[in-house]
Design a protein around this ligand. Structure first.
Ligand SMILES: Nc1nc2c(ncn2[C@@H]2O[C@H](COP(=O)(O)OP(=O)(O)OP(=O)(O)O)[C@@H](O)[C@H]2O)c(=O)[nH]1
Ligand SMILES: [Mg+2]
Length: 259
């Protein structure tokens, strides 16, 4: 496994954007809202006294009662809104919160920060009600920062995903790392399967139309067989199956979630 490294470039962008912004939108994935909270973003915002709002994006992928629990948990630390860029949920509520803070200011910059692929650019498009930022299921889409005018005195800043000191494996579980680049995709898929089995195993059964086992490795094999991903000799192709599962997780095809 590759040694953890700090993504200095991304971190320096976060610092710069945070310095110029008076409001920070920390976008998290509503399916794994606590896991995708970003300690760099939160501690920098606290240090610099910025208004931080946590945006639980992709909320169309989780049930309401789970969302309520997640919002309550996060609101112990920061204001939070339930949001879906795809379904236009929470757009007005978030706009109101931003405008309330911006009211007495001449120019307000709103930095949109968070892990890769949580939907930062999509949140910007939803707020702007127009496609102004490029989005993609592939983590790492946005590379530089981009300033977008929202209102007379309000500007949004799109940024690349911010990564802290973490292993590729942990990033992949968050949907923030391209599965094809993982040296051992099966290890990561097994970890993900383990989490899903603990929290919502029906999500795997529904996604692949199989009966899963309590054992994550066996479950990987069951899914590989079902997909008919085989290597020469008829054995299950674990790596190919693993990558498929990780991509399906990224794309929201596996309907699991946990706090
Ligand atoms: N289901 C669902 N998917 C979403 C939502 N918002 C974004 N996505 C999807 O999530 C993926 C990532 O969206 P982006 O907006 O590109 O995410 P980002 O955080 O800007 O990503 P990077 O620029 O790579 O850091 C895309 O496939 C989007 O279609 C949402 O509200 N619901
Ligand atoms: Mg982006």
């Amino acid at each position: 496994m590759e040694k953890p490294r700090e993504w200095l470039r991304e971190k320096s962008i976060a610092k710069k954007v945070l310095t110029e912004s008076s409001i920070v939108l920390e976008v998290v994935d509503a399916r794994i809202p606590l896991l995708t909270r970003n300690s760099v973003v939160e501690s920098l915002a606290r240090e610099r006294n910025k208004s931080l709002i946590v945006v639980l994006n992709k909320s169309d992928l989780v049930p309401k009662d789970f969302l309520e629990k997640a919002v309550k948990e996060i609101e112990k630390d920061f204001p939070a809104v339930n949001f879906s860029a795809h379904k236009n949920i929470g757009v007005n509520q978030l706009l109101e919160k931003i405008k309330e803070i911006a009211k007495e200011k001449v120019i307000v910059k709103v930095g949109v920060l968070g892990y890769p692929n949580v939907g930062k650019s999509s949140v910007i498009n939803a707020l702007k009600k127009k496609k102004v930022a490029t989005t993609s299921p592939k983590p790492g889409m946005t590379v530089g920062e981009k300033l977008i005018k929202l209102d007379d005195n309000i500007y949004l800043i799109d940024t690349p995903g911010i990564i802290t000191l973490e292993y590729q494996e942990d990033l992949a579980l968050k949907g923030s790392y391209i599965p094809d680049k993982l040296p051992h995709p099966s290890d990561v898929a097994v970890k993900l399967i383990e989490k899903i089995l603990q929290n919502k195993k029906e999500a795997l059964e529904e996604a692949y139309n199989v009966k899963v086992s309590d054992n994550p490795v066996e479950t990987l094999e069951i899914i590989g067989k079902k997909l008919n991903y085989k290597i020469k000799g008829g054995e299950v192709d674990y790596d190919r199956t693993a990558k498929k599962i990780l991509w399906d997780w990224i794309k929201g095809h596996i309907k699991a979630y946990w706090l």
